[in-house]
Design a protein around this ligand. Structure first.
Ligand SMILES: Cc1cc2nc3c(=O)[nH]c(=O)nc-3n(C[C@H](O)[C@H](O)[C@H](O)COP(=O)(O)OP(=O)(O)OC[C@H]3O[C@@H](n4cnc5c(N)ncnc54)[C@H](O)[C@@H]3O)c2cc1C
Length: 470
């Protein structure tokens, strides 16, 4: 319950329409894209300006109210669930592209800008913002930054952190922090910009970002290679890179995913193969043609049963859509879809996919795997039903085993979805005790009262992945 006096002060800051506390409104802000986590906030506030955010934070700080920053809530780690109630700070009204600076090749945006809108706006000027999470049609730049989102173009172009050069952020006490600038070089002190990227709303509220842009590549081509054998596909991935070709996209789908996607999009994907690799290259026309030919040759050498190069933009789009649809297609099968984010060195892809298959068999679960093969970033996706308590216990054990193996292979517990609540139990496996202590120290320096997104990243229950409601 929020003190009526506090509510009144919030209304004075943002206006009556932008403070929500009716039960049906609160329910809408009680969950995100992560299944099995839900908690009601006490109040929701939608500010329009940085000054409003600062004033709201000052009140929250004074009263010790938890604040959960929120973009479009598409995150897959429970990052925006108000675990301890409090105030959801929804940043969707701060949705202006403030500037596109063609001399410095930068875009300055508010956090609520939708990723695809930024893409379209800069591309109309012959410019390019590479980070492209699968959720780009709805996710916000603020959420992308706070999760350090990746996407299908990560192999060649990197992830969100490679494009954020300056931030404005409001600290928990309401002070406004500026980091970085429109600079190609800046080594003044600790890199606070990078520290805020991927901080999952636990350190400060991002209110403005300056992003690096690139010239839009001249052309791009897409191809699909189909493999009977998983190890052949994994070898093709390694060999492409070893041949000094860095494609924009090098995506993987396993047999389970292929079948489900084909049921959904019906574009003639073969149903009886172990793996599909989807590749895209961009750049100058000559270079793209050379790379595509070479990649096709490598796939054939590695026993691909078919290699199909898209001959038209429409065909290419169809192939990319098939991959982008993987999660939606899988989500149609069962009531609960748990999408995970195990990431290993590229060379360990085949053993990792084999492990996932074996673990699924051992626990009698349906786990389909797809992901960014070129980045070693896999998304084992368990199709289950939260109402089946026995199965959910097996899901929990299965993911424990998958993550143990991920770490054993030199991997990490999340390549792009963040830690949130879902991975908090595993964080120590990756960063060790001293890593956790340093991170807690940083959290304390930014947020001494612990009001920003409490219960995320750190947990008292090591190992637990899934919350079982018995
Ligand atoms: C279908 C689908 C496909 C996806 N594909 C990808 C993918 O390819 N790559 C990938 O990386 N992710 C992917 N995701 C996950 C998700 O879309 C990304 O993490 C995205 O960046 C989240 O953006 P959002 O606006 O929804 O943020 P939210 O989910 O609202 O918030 C995410 C986190 O950021 C914090 N936050 C939000 N805004 C701010 C702010 N202004 N200041 C401080 N903290 C803030 C929140 O507290 C939370 O911890 C996918 C999700 C779905 C549902």
């Amino acid at each position: 319950m929020i003190d009526p006096q506090v509510k009144q002060r919030l209304v004075e800051i943002v206006g009556e329409n932008w403070v929500l506390d009716q039960p049906e409104e609160l329910v809408a802000y009680s969950y995100d894209s992560t299944p099995m986590y839900q908690e009601l906030p006490d109040i929701v506030v939608l500010p329009k300006t940085t000054e409003e955010v600062a004033k709201v934070m000052r009140i929250a700080y004074e009263y010790g109210i938890p604040v959960i920053p929120r973009g479009s809530a598409t995150n897959l780690s429970g990052g925006t669930v108000p675990l301890k109630g409090g105030l959801v700070l929804a940043l969707n009204r701060m949705n202006q592209i403030l500037e596109i600076d063609e001399e410095n090749l930068t875009a300055t945006v508010q956090p609520g800008v939708i990723t695809q809108e930024l893409h379209q706006t800069v591309e109309a000027k012959g410019l390019f913002y590479p980070p492209d999470p699968g959720s780009l049609r709805i996710s916000t730049i603020g959420g992308n930054i706070a999760e350090n989102a990746g996407g299908l173009r990560g192999l060649k172009y990197g992830v969100t952190k490679d494009y954020v050069i300056a931030l404005e952020a409001v600290l928990p006490n309401g002070d406004i922090l500026h980091t970085g600038g429109k600079l190609a070089k800046d080594v003044a002190g600790y890199d606070l910009t990078k520290l805020l990227i991927g901080s999952e709303g636990t350190l400060a509220v991002i209110t403005k970002a300056t992003l690096k842009l690139l010239p839009l590549p001249e052309t791009k081509r897409t191809m699909l290679a189909i493999f009977k054998d998983l190890t052949d596909a994994a070898r093709a991935v390694s060999k492409i890179i070893a041949n000094k070709i860095i494609p924009v996209t090098l995506e993987f789908m396993d047999n389970g995913t292929i079948n489900v996607v084909e049921d959904y999009v019906k574009i003639g994907l073969p149903r009886d193969v172990e793996a599909i690799l989807l590749m895209e290259q961009d750049g100058s026309k000559d270079q793209v043609d050379r790379d595509i030919e070479k990649m096709a040759e490598i796939c054939r050498q590695e026993q691909a049963v078919s290699v199909q190069v898209a001959s038209t933009a429409k065909e290419a789009e169809q192939l990319m859509t098939a991959r982008r649809m993987a999660l939606s297609a899988l989500a149609r099968l069962k009531p609960t879809t748990i999408l995970e984010d195990a990431t290993v060195p590229r060379s360990e892809l085949a053993p990792m996919v084999e492990t996932i298959k074996n673990v699924a068999k051992k626990y009698n679960l349906m786990i389909c795997t797809f992901g960014h093969a070129g980045d070693g970033n896999l998304h084992p996706t368990c199709l289950t039903d939260v109402r089946n308590a026995d199965e959910i216990k097996r899901v929990e054990k299965a993911f424990d085993e998958i993550y143990e193996k991920t770490i054993e292979l030199g991997g990490t517990i999340t390549g792009e979805h963040g830690v949130g609540i879902a991975k908090a139990g595993y964080l120590e496996w990756k960063v060790g005790k001293s890593g956790i202590e340093v991170m807690k120290g940083i959290k304390k320096a930014f947020d001494p009262k612990g009001i920003l997104n409490p219960g995320k990243l750190f947990t008292d229950q090591p190992r637990k992945r899934v919350v079982i409601q018995s």
